[in-house]
Write a protein of this length. Structure first.
Ligand code: AMP
Length: 194
């Protein structure tokens, strides 16, 4: 993996561990010589992530729709900020640039982006690794809900198992780089390991 697309909150939230995890992931990407692809915002967890990656010397590429430049405060320190005309163009460009995807704590936008690339993978549009940084159990109830969907026969275990869940940024990246998908593991045992 050379370039990792990270989705996270445009808000900062109230849990300091979320900001710390965003910073830790940014620094870890730099340490590994990886490029960060993200939404180009200069606010919230997105900003913490990008600032930390930049500080540590990573190449950071932002992609932001023109309409959101103001609302999401297009990051002024970025040397590579692509301003596009639509949200669709943004998501397509971010996905094309990336060799893998990670979601951090965030809101509806973050969830929508995660589920989009996850369902694209389920449908076979790509085979790139997907990671979830489950900081302080933020996603636990979502994972429970998904497990329930599987138990009720509405979600496939192989599709769910493609998501690599970890609470540690470095370990998450290593597992993604080693392409350790969990297709063979039941979804519920995977949750116990995060
Ligand atoms: P949030 O997680 O809601 O704070 O949003 C994080 C990022 O997701 C922001 O840069 C949003 O612009 C972006 N995003 C992507 N798709 C959507 C969508 N359908 N609705 C809202 N935000 C979105």
């Amino acid at each position: 993996m050379h370039a990792v697309c990270v989705y996270c909150g445009s808000s900062r939230g109230q849990i300091p561990a979320h900001g710390a995890a965003a910073s830790a992931l940014g620094a870890e990407l730099a340490l590994r010589g990886m490029t960060l692809i993200y939404g180009g915002g200069g606010v919230g967890l997105m900003r913490e992530l990008a600032d930390s990656a930049l500080r540590a010397g990573a190449r950071v590429v932002g992609v932001i729709p023109r309409l959101l430049l103001e609302r999401e405060a297009g990051h002024s320190a970025l040397r590579e900020l692509h301003v596009v005309e639509s949200m669709h163009e943004r998501k397509r460009m971010m996905a094309d640039f990336a060799d893998g995807f990670i979601a951090l704590p965030g809101g509806l936008g973050t969830l929508e982006e995660l589920f989009e690339v996850w369902t694209w993978r389920q449908l076979g549009y790509h085979n790139k690794p997907l990671g979830l940084l489950n900081v302080d159990g933020y996603f636990d109830t979502l994972l429970d809900f998904l497990a329930q969907g599987h138990e009720q026969g509405l979600m496939r275990a192989d599709a769910l198992g493609a998501l690599i869940v970890d609470r540690d940024p470095a370990r998450l990246l290593s597992r993604m780089a080693a392409a350790q998908p969990l297709q063979d593991d039941p979804w519920w045992t995977m949750r116990e390991r995060v």
